[in-house]
Design a protein around this ligand. Structure first.
Ligand code: NAP
Length: 467
């Protein structure tokens, strides 16, 4: 049980931090801690046998430069005082209380793995799928290896105007040769190569000035080998509220650039490529249609109105339309879930916190020694680099609390953790186990001119990790 305050002056006993979640926020936090002048040990946990979170399982396979950030994380993993415990789930294999029994502080960085729902009729018809599942499947996430996607139809509709929507749309029209040089899961390479999808509609409920995607990702849609990008000029005529906002000091560069690019797309004549990506705006899905499976989507046309706080919101008009389609990918954001014993804000899907210090209740006292960073702290927003500042801010608070001598000191050390893990998580995979997976995947990839060929089932990952 935690007892006296943790001291940084005890040379026999480094300060011990558990990090739950081996994605970017977890690794940035670990790096910051391990570079600190205090002697610190970091024990990092992940429910998967593999580290790197959404860098491995979220970033699109055709974006290898973004994935190169793992080289930074690999260096962190080699720092003295770092240990990885893959395939250990906090909340089931170990409880929060058990973690605090052998760590002086815990940082939760396990992200937001679930999909947000639309709450419209027909959402669960076969053929209507969360984009998060599609992403996990083409990236070889072991929980998604058994999924099956029917791509025998001609048109897919992607709901949402964020970077995930753009990623999944692009993956649906990428030529086989381009996919085959990536680390896409083999099962997805086969299914996507045989796809009959000719048109992907990306459906935004607001206009191009409010789109959540970033400019490089939008630009890529105009440079696809096999697909023309199509925009109806009538849908990009800016409404008064958006124009006023764009001209104001509040508008950011991304919004201005995005509007410009979408306007340019709307002036393009199709060049006759075999596939199309159609950007639609100002239309909200109200029902997914079909008897046995998806046959279409009923949308209502929106107009944009600035509310009292200046936020530009979509308001339904009485104009409706039906878009016939065979597949719907719902890409309206990720959602985090709580862990037993931790205060959780259901409204935002985040652990209740102030700047990264976990709170017992809204506006209440800090939960001493418990912190959070990344998407489970602030919600699913920003790019990978955003997590560096987010994690550093949290670690700064932790170190401030340590220096103030207000953190409870855990009774147990790494040996206590090891005996707990031996009993509760004998299936644990250490960093050497991950390195065996990594080496094997890279070797398979080298033979095929690819960065790696991913092992995509829990069994194969476990077998390779344990040699
Ligand atoms: P996101 O950026 O939050 O976008 C969600 C989109 O869904 C928004 O356009 C939102 O529109 C729309 N939406 C929400 N509720 C809706 C509804 N009921 N009906 C219709 N549309 C609805 O989420 P994301 O695309 O999942 O991305 C998550 C994070 O990962 C983002 O920060 C993103 O930048 C990042 N990411 C980055 C990359 C990259 O850097 N290449 C790739 C993938 C993801 P409103 O704005 O109107 O609410």
């Amino acid at each position: 049980m935690p007892s006296e305050a943790a001291s940084t002056t005890d040379p026999e006993r480094p300060f011990r931090v558990a990090i739950v979640g081996a994605g970017p926020a977890g690794f940035y936090a670990a790096d910051r801690l391990l570079r600190d002048e205090h002697p610190i040990e970091v024990e990092m946990f992940d429910r998967l046998p593999t580290p790197f979170g959404l860098v491995r399982a979220g970033v699109a396979p055709d974006h290898p430069k973004i994935k190169a950030v793992t080289r930074v994380f690999e260096k962190t993993a080699k720092r003295e005082g770092f240990r990885f415990h893959g395939h250990v789930e906090i909340g089931s294999d170990l409880t929060h209380d058990e973690l605090t029994s052998c760590h002086d502080a815990v940082i939760y960085t396990y992200g937001a793995a679930h999909d947000r729902r639309l709450g419209i009729p027909g959402e669960d018809l076969p053929g209507s799928v969360p984009a998060t599942r599609f992403v996990a499947w083409y990236n070889g996430h072991p929980d998604a290896s058994g999924h099956d996607f029917d791509l025998s139809g001609k048109r897919a509709v992607v709901i949402g105007n964020g970077n995930v929507a753009v990623d999944v749309a692009r993956m649906l029209v990428l030529p086989r040769e381009e996919m085959a040089e990536t680390d896409i899961a083999d099962h997805a390479l086969e299914v996507l190569s045989a796809s009959s999808i000719e048109e992907v509609v990306i459906l935004g409920r607001r206009g191009p000035a409010q789109a959540a995607y970033t400019t490089p990702e939008l630009r890529e849609l105009g440079e696809l080998t096999d697909a023309d990008v199509i925009v109806d000029p009538a849908e990009v005529v800016l409404d008064g509220a958006s124009r006023q906002w764009l001209e104001s000091e509040h508008a950011d560069r991304t919004a201005r650039d995005n509007v410009e690019i979408v306007e340019e797309y709307s002036q393009r004549a199709p060049s006759g490529k075999p596939k199309r990506v159609v950007l639609r705006f100002l239309a909200s899905p109200v029902e997914i249609l079909g008897d046995e499976r998806v046959e279409g989507i009923r949308v209502v046309h929106n107009e944009l109105i600035a509310d009292d706080g200046g936020q530009i919101r979509a308001h339904h008009t009485d104009r409706e339309a039906t878009i016939e389609c065979d597949l719907v990918l719902r890409s309206v954001g990720y959602r985090g879930e709580g862990i037993e014993g931790l205060p959780f804000d259901e409204r935002t899907g985040t652990i209740l916190n102030e700047g990264g210090r976990v709170l017992h209740e809204p506006g209440g006292e800090p939960f001493r020694g418990v912190y959070t960073a990344g998407w489970i702290k602030r919600g699913p927003s920003g790019v990978i680099g955003t997590n560096k500042k987010c994690a550093n801010d949290t670690v700064d608070l932790l170190l401030e609390d340590l220096d103030a001598g207000i953190l409870p000191k855990a009774g147990g050390d790494s040996a206590a953790l090891d005996s707990l893990l031996a009993e509760r998580a004998p299936h644990r995979i250490d960093y050497a186990g991950w390195e065996r997976i990594d080496e094997h995947e890279r070797e398979l990839g080298e033979a095929q001119g690819r960065p790696r060929v991913k092992l995509v089932t829990h069994d194969h990952l476990r077998e390779k990790a344990t040699g």
